[in-house]
Design a protein around this ligand. Structure first.
Ligand SMILES: N[C@@H](CCC(=O)N[C@@H](CS)C(=O)NCC(=O)O)C(=O)O
Length: 257
């Protein structure tokens, strides 16, 4: 039985993505919660503060997509990438869209949001979710809204955002792009089985709903996405978002997919 450890925080979409790879492949792993404020110390053995880091029997790797490719090498059952080279190129292209547009768009929200009550409640909830695995000092939890707005890696990403449109318009654009990548389905890139892209997107799309940040699972209002969500929910465990079970607020059964 390999010893698999995933280091990170459950509020990082890249960390959740790797969690979903492991869950899909049916691999047992321990999730090692990191407090971003002592990441340097906790991740010293891996020479940097970026998460996710995946360690398998003492060998480690950073960066979510290369981690996925590595998992396919070490555990070829239930591959994340399809066998044909054409299909693989298509999936890798959509994966770049996931990283550059979709994941980055999650952080765009932190920059675009006005510093109002809704934003603060959201940020405080995110701090509580991180704290559920790696307790944060009280004053850091209180400061989380400002910490999010000033996080260096978010500011770095923000350099590439088009801030001339609202976050809502930006998200509507993303839904359109997502539908193009889903095509006729049933899975992304018109694949017959789920893989890298599906597992990268699924935990992000259900995170806000399950973790108490959003009342509605809004993606389920778009019929092709509802169909896809329902197929994904059927093959994934009840908790695909790495949040502590006792901190989940709504389940996918509640969403009646
Ligand atoms: N390309 C990386 C991006 C990972 C990333 O941006 N991680 C963020 C958390 S969401 C992080 O660790 N930021 C803190 C840092 O870079 O020190 C991946 O796909 O894993």
């Amino acid at each position: 039985m390999p010893d698999i450890k995933l280091y990170g925080y459950c509020t990082s979409p890249y960390v959740r993505k790797v969690g979903a790879f492991l869950q899909y492949k049916g691999l047992d792993f321990s999730f090692v919660g990191i407090n971003p404020f002592n990441a340097e110390e906790k991740l010293a053995a891996f020479g940097g503060t970026q998460v996710p880091v995946l360690e398998i029997d003492g060998v480690w790797k950073r960066d979510s997509t290369p981690i996925g490719l590595w998992l396919d090498e070490v555990f070829p059952e239930k591959p994340l990438l399809p066998p044909s080279s054409d299909a693989r190129s298509k999936i890798m292209e959509i994966d770049s869209w996931v990283s550059d547009r979709f994941m980055a768009g999650i952080f765009r929200g932190a920059i675009a949001a006005p510093d109002n009550l809704a934003f603060r409640f959201r940020a405080w909830r995110l701090a509580a979710l991180v704290s559920g695995h790696a307790p944060l000092p009280e004053h850091i939890r209180h400061q989380w809204p400002m910490i999010l707005k000033n996080a260096p890696f978010i500011k770095e990403l923000a350099k590439n955002f088009d801030m001339s449109i609202s976050q809502q318009e930006f998200q509507m654009g993303l839904v359109g792009e997502m539908l193009v990548h889903l095509g006729a389905g049933p899975f992304f890139g018109e694949q017959e089985t789920p893989g890298l892209v599906d597992l990268s997107l699924f935990p992000q799309i259900v995170f806000g709903y399950m973790a108490g940040l959003e009342e509605e699972l809004t993606a389920a209002q778009v019929p092709p996405l509802k169909q896809w969500l329902s197929s994904m929910a059927a093959i994934m465990p009840d908790n695909p978002i790495l949040v502590r079970d006792d901190m989940l607020v709504q389940s996918l059964q509640d969403a009646r997919l």
